[in-house]
Design a protein around this ligand. Structure first.
Ligand code: ME8
Length: 519
């Protein structure tokens, strides 16, 4: 039985169309899911939309339609985004679904049965944009003297009857959780922030609202809907069948990784584990708070007029190019910046000129100078040395880095192996060997052929379509790119025996040009 791996993204607010941050998170999660699958894990990947709450209700009201109409339309765009970016989820969850309401109510009853819910009156600050309650002490002053949340969003004074969750009771258990599981919150900077926040003391949390009804009803308390974050976080277990004791639930809970952005770490590492502890459910293994993606160093916003449609970017540069750029350019966990120039410069240099060129010239020479016919051969000396460099990068360097979500480091390892191959081509000069020593030329080209297969397999989670196009040209059959295959040393001889002929290659990584208006 292979080891289960359950990965989730945040579920997005569908109060507008998906932005670049949504695309970034979905791509990163998809890369992880594909990578873990290649490592032989039994992977389940969930994403979706977070459709209740005041933010959605107000946006719909502004547009003169129902929240459900708004949610239906916008949620569709999030699903389209996943399809367009080749993000292959196992479940796309919408919090309006009936099974989700049932799941939230079951979790609520479990917390209630544990004595952790009580009715009181809430009086305090609320940010609709963040869907978050803030303490007076956390607020900052805006330029016009208005009170703002620490995230810089407007807050409003709220007074209403509310159910409360005894969060204060969980201060010590949470600190113990962080202490005993140093990997629970990653990266470390986020972990330190949360330790400081929880050490400062926790107040009980208001977990229901009565001033609007767009949400999951509180069981036995019909005038209340659940606070949208109680509802949202529960999606991770709903998607596995909770409260039923399903096969998926048994296999995949607790989650291996909740992948989220840095702004919502508090909800996932303080509230969520406290709810689960209260309900007597196991806790997720890891929460990773990635950084924000910035447009030329700036946050995208309607007022700056710099909001980019991620699908337009994918159309312009290609899906795999965009995926590669995001994973390569950003030091995962930190903020990163993108611009058309940066995407073009980086991917031209690394994909088109380095890897693409290696593939193109190797396959062309085999096609032209060897009639596309491969032979069995022995590697020795510098050929063996090259294959060792490539194998170390593809089977150790990249996977070890990806395992700890250091994508940029992993790709850097891979690139060094690509550069080593190009250097080997230049030094061996097979175009000269063709005349001076044709047998040696064959060994050189066939050594590169083997190297390219490893390189394509290793980078496949990041650029699945392009890597598969390379693998197809190499004659590696579809469905033969799993982890077992990576270590199959017999594939080359089997390929030779099959009589595979290397055709004239089609370029897989075209060079990109900067659009006229941007130059
Ligand atoms: O927070 N760069 O939804 P959301 C990178 N519904 N990531 C970004 C980003 C940026 N510029 N902007 C946002 C919510 N994100 C809740 C989540 S989960 C139970 C409920 C990330 O649509 C953000 O950090 O505002 C979050 O992980 C995700 O996009 C969805 O954000």
């Amino acid at each position: 039985m292979s080891e289960p791996f359950y990965i989730t993204t945040a579920i997005s607010y569908p109060n507008g169309r998906p932005h670049i941050g949504h695309a970034y998170e979905a791509i990163a999660a998809d890369v992880i899911a594909r990578f873990q699958r290649q490592q032989g894990k039994d992977v389940r990947f969930q994403t979706g939309t977070d459709e209740h709450g005041l933010k959605m209700a107000r946006k719909a009201e502004e547009q003169g339609r129902t929240p459900r109409e708004l949610a239906d339309e916008m949620s569709g765009y999030f699903q389209q985004m996943c399809d367009a970016l080749n993000v292959k989820y196992d479940r796309f969850i919408r919090t309006v679904e009936a099974d989700h309401h049932r799941s939230c109510q079951a979790l609520w009853r479990a917390m209630e049965a544990n004595g952790d819910l009580y009715l009181d009156r809430y009086e305090g600050w609320y940010s609709v944009r963040d869907e978050a309650y803030y303490d007076e002490s956390e607020l900052v002053d805006g330029e016009g003297g208005e009170r703002l949340s620490p995230q810089g969003t407007p807050v409003e004074w709220t007074v209403e009857e509310s159910w409360f969750f005894r969060l204060s009771k969980y201060q010590e258990p949470l600190l113990a959780l962080y202490r005993d599981n140093p990997d629970f919150i990653q990266p470390d900077s986020r972990r330190n922030e949360m330790i400081a926040f929880v050490s400062g003391g926790l107040r009980d949390l208001s977990v229901s609202r009565t001033s609007f009804d767009w949400g999951v009803k509180v069981p036995g308390s019909d005038t209340h809907v659940m606070y949208v974050w109680v509802d949202a976080l529960t999606n991770y277990i709903t998607g596995l069948g909770y409260p039923e004791d399903t096969e998926n639930y048994r296999k995949f809970w607790p989650a291996s990784l909740h992948l989220i952005g840095k702004d919502i770490v508090r909800f996932h590492t303080v509230y969520w584990p406290a709810f689960l502890l209260s309900a007597g459910l196991p806790l997720p293994q890891k929460v990773f708070g990635h950084g924000f993606l910035l447009n030329r160093g700036q946050k995208e916003s309607k007022s700056l007029g710099n909001v980019t449609d991620p699908l337009a970017l994918a159309d312009q540069f290609g899906v795999d190019t965009l995926r590669y750029f995001f994973m390569r350019e950003v030091n995962f966990g930190q903020d990163g910046s993108y611009s058309p120039e940066a995407i073009i410069t980086k991917t031209n240099a690394e994909l088109a000129n380095s890897f693409g060129n290696l593939v193109q010239r190797t396959l062309s020479m085999i096609n032209k100078n060897m009639d596309g016919i491969l032979e069995r051969f022995e590697t020795a000396g510098e050929d063996k040395a090259l294959l060792t460099i490539v194998q170390d990068a593809c089977r150790q360097g990249l996977p070890h880095a990806f395992e700890r979500l250091a994508f940029s480091v992993g790709i850097e390892n891979w690139l060094r192996a690509v550069y080593a191959c190009n250097q080997y081509v230049d030094e061996q000069a097979p175009w000269t060997l063709r005349k001076t020593d044709p047998e040696r030329m064959k060994v050189v080209l066939q050594t590169l052929y083997i190297a390219i297969r490893d390189l394509a397999l290793a980078i496949r989670p990041v650029i699945p379509t392009r890597a598969d196009a390379v693998l197809r040209q190499l004659g590696v059959a579809e469905g033969q790119a799993g982890s077992a295959d990576m270590h199959d040393e017999g594939w080359y001889n089997a390929l030779v025996a099959s009589g595979h002929v290397v055709a004239k290659p089609n370029p897989v990584f075209p060079r990109l040009e900067l659009p006229e208006e941007a130059t």
